[in-house]
Design a protein around this ligand. Structure first.
Ligand SMILES: [Zn+2]
Length: 301
């Protein structure tokens, strides 16, 4: 097994393994799975990945609390895969392309300093307050909200987050009509990533080398017929991250592109009446060891 491989332990419990079944804090949640791996303190970084939030930031708080109960401390950082909908006010919501029936301010505006206990880094999905996000002058990651430990990663880039984890990211979804010059013309046009964004990300990633995690909203194209996009597949093949996390399809999925483990996450509960019942895999807790290997410790159900 290569040093940069990701190991997901699922074997039966033994005394040396952490075996915990916890009652969830969230009233819609079920018992979640703990992937049983020894916690002997050999990891260097711990991080959560969280699926589409769609304004339900109480779920972010809950996921961090779950991670804390597993690690004994809060994770070093949180990566959120887009459709975060962190609306600070009605103006933010007005700049977000969302079907009328899903249109909601959400609970982000109710957050106060200290609610979010690990820094949360989010990318843009296809439902996002892009008018306000695009107006941010940068540099990115840029703080979002008043002193909340929430940061927008921007359209595209790569950086060592919290001085610990090499992360590359690309906001938005793929479209043949993408044109950054026309982005300001419609809320729909803002939801697409452009060839310039892709080039920006590749340039920044190449400066860092050996990317730990690639964060995109949509899936790569090769995992399920008619799902995902080729650009994301090519990005994975080019920068070869240890782990790729994505959301968008509101479906939990584990796959591989080359040596890269791909973990797609479902949306946080609740989303819709139907999807609210089917949300296994809305968060994943990982640790990365000194050699660069990444292990998934737990999956939210
Ligand atoms: Zn979504």
């Amino acid at each position: 097994m290569s040093a940069r491989s990701l190991v997901q332990e699922t074997e039966a419990a033994s005394s040396e393994y952490l075996v915990t079944r916890l009652r969830p804090l969230h009233r819609h949640s079920e018992i979640y799975t703990i992937y049983m791996v020894p916690l002997n303190g050999d990891y260097k970084v711990s991080f959560l990945a969280i699926g589409d939030v769609h304004g339900h930031w109480d779920c972010v708080i809950e996921a961090i609390a779950r991670a804390r109960s597993i690690l004994g401390e809060v994770p070093d950082l949180v990566l959120q895969v887009g459709d975060a909908e962190p609306h600070r006010n009605a103006e933010d919501l007005a700049g977000c392309r969302t079907p009328k029936k899903h249109r909601s301010l959400g609970d982000f505006s109710a957050l106060v300093t200290g609610d979010i206990q690990s820094p949360v880094y989010f990318i843009g999905g296809n439902h996002e307050p892009y008018v306000a996000l695009d107006a941010l002058p940068g540099p990115f990651p840029a703080p979002w909200g008043d002193d909340l430990s929430v940061y927008y990663l921007g359209r595209a880039g790569a950086a060592i987050l919290e001085d610990k984890l090499k992360v590359a990211w690309l906001s938005g979804i793929s479209s043949a009509h993408a044109d950054p010059g026309k982005r300001s013309q419609s809320r729909r046009a803002r939801t697409y990533f452009s060839p310039i964004d892709v080039a920006t990300m590749l340039r920044d990633a190449s400066r860092l080398s050996e990317i730990d995690v690639l964060v995109t909203h949509d899936w790569p194209s090769v995992l399920k017929p008619d799902w995902g996009n080729k650009v994301t597949t090519e990005l994975i093949e080019t920068i070869k991250p240890t782990l790729h996390v994505c959301g968008h399809m509101h479906t939990s999925y584990e796959g591989k592109v080359g040596d890269t483990i791909v973990n797609a996450m479902t949306a946080v509960p609740p989303v819709t009446k139907n999807q609210g019942r089917k949300r296994g895999g809305w968060w994943r807790l990982y640790v990365r060891d000194e050699s660069g290997g990444i292990r998934c410790l737990a999956v939210g159900k």
